[in-house]
Design a protein around this ligand. Structure first.
Ligand code: ZN
Length: 305
C-alpha cells in the first residue's frame, strides 16, 4: 500500500491558506482509493477537526471526495493531496452523514463546482444542527474554525444512486436510521470496496445518534454484502471486515440488552450509565465517555418500548 503526502512542500506552513495547504497523508487502500486516517480524539478534548477517515476515489474522468473533514483547513489539505495524486476534476463531494468531523471541509471544494452528494435527509439534518455545530466549532477549533461553512448536498440520494467517475461506477445507498438518520454508504464496484462512514467503527467506541435497533439490522445486511473490504468511519481498514462487524454488533447488542434489563428492573439511567455494556469496556477506546453518552440517548427511547 502506498503512502502519499508526507513530502509536503516545505514552503507551505501548517496553517492552511487554501493556496498552499500542506497535503494530508493518505494511504492507497485499493487501486485508486485513497484514505486519510484519523486520530482518535474526543470532540470536546483536543479536537482539531481531523478525527475520522476521509479520502477520495479516482476514475478515468474524475474524482469523488468522500467526507471532507471537520474544518475548511482540513478540507483544503485533503484537496491538496487530491491535486498531488491526479489533475482530473473533482466531480463529486460525498458526505456519509451529518456529523461535523465529516462535513466541514466541504467548503474547500466549492471552487471545483462538484455535485455535493448526500442522504436525502442530510440537508435538513444540517440545518437543524447548524446553530449547535457552529457554536461547538468555535469552542473546539477556535480560529481554525474560520471559513468552515456548512455546504449542503446538491444531489440528494433517495434510496440508491449510481455515479460514474469514468470506468469507475459507484453505488450510493441511503440507509434507514442507524448511526444517524443520514447514513450513506458508497460501494466502489471495481474493487468491491464499501465506504461505510460511521456504520462501522474500528477501535473507537461506536457512538449512537440515531437508532440502535436500526443499526443492528444494517450490520446484518452489511455482513451479507459481496464485498472485499470496508473503509470504516473511524480506525484502520480491517483485514477481517466481518470480524470487525461482529465486534461492533456485540457491543451494540450488549448495550441494548443491558439497558433493556436496567429499565425492566427499575435501575436509573444514571446508574445504568455506569454499568451498561461494562463487559465491553476494555475492547474500545474512549469507552467511558462514549458509552455514557450512548446510554443517555437510548435509555429514554427504550423506556417506551
Ligand atoms: Zn459519526
Amino acid at each position: 500500500m502506498a503512502a502519499i503526502g508526507l513530502d509536503a512542500d516545505p514552503l507551505c506552513g501548517l496553517v492552511a491558506t487554501g493556496a498552499c495547504a500542506e497535503p494530508l497523508p493518505v494511504e492507497e487502500v485499493a487501486p485508486g482509493i485513497y484514505v486519510h486516517h484519523c486520530v482518535h480524539e474526543e470532540l470536546d478534548d483536543g479536537y482539531h477537526g481531523d478525527i475520522c477517515n476521509i479520502g477520495f476515489i479516482v476514475g478515468k474522468k474524475g474524482v469523488a471526495v468522500i467526507d471532507s473533514g471537520g474544518s475548511l483547513a482540513v478540507g483544503q489539505r485533503l484537496r491538496e493531496v487530491v491535486r498531488k495524486v491526479t489533475p482530473l476534476p473533482i466531480l463529486y463531494v460525498i458526505n456519509t452523514h451529518v456529523h461535523p468531523d465529516h462535513i466541514y471541509g466541504n467548503a474547500a471544494f466549492l471552487a471545483d463546482k462538484p455535485a455535493f452528494v448526500g442522504h436525502h435527509k442530510l440537508a435538513d439534518a444540517m440545518e437543524l444542527r447548524r446553530a449547535v455545530y457552529t457554536r461547538n466549532n468555535a469552542a473546539w477549533l477556535g480560529d481554525a474554525a474560520a471559513g468552515s461553512e456548512m455546504v449542503k448536498p446538491t444531489q440528494p440520494v433517495q434510496s440508491t444512486l449510481e455515479l460514474d467517475l469514468g470506468e469507475r461506477p459507484l453505488l450510493m445507498t441511503a440507509n434507514p436510521t442507524a448511526h444517524t438518520n443520514t447514513d450513506l454508504t458508497i460501494l466502489d464496484r471495481n474493487t468491491s470496496t464499501l465506504w461505510s462512514g460511521d456504520l462501522l467503527f474500528i477501535e473507537r467506541t461506536p457512538s449512537i445518534d440515531g437508532d440502535i435497533k436500526g443499526w443492528l439490522q444494517i450490520i446484518g445486511k452489511l455482513r451479507d454484502m459481496p464485498i472485499q473490504r470496508i473503509i470504516p468511519g473511524h480506525g484502520p481498514v480491517p483485514a477481517d471486515w466481518k470480524g470487525a462487524l461482529d465486534n461492533e454488533q456485540r457491543y451494540l447488542q450488549t448495550l441494548l440488552n443491558d439497558v433493556r434489563d436496567s429499565i425492566r428492573k427499575g435501575v436509573s439511567m444514571e446508574r445504568t450509565m455506569e454499568t451498561a455494556a461494562a463487559t465491553e469496556k476494555d475492547g474500545w477506546l474512549l469507552f467511558n465517555t462514549v458509552n455514557r453518552r450512548n446510554v443517555n440517548i437510548i435509555y429514554p427511547a427504550l423506556e417506551w418500548e
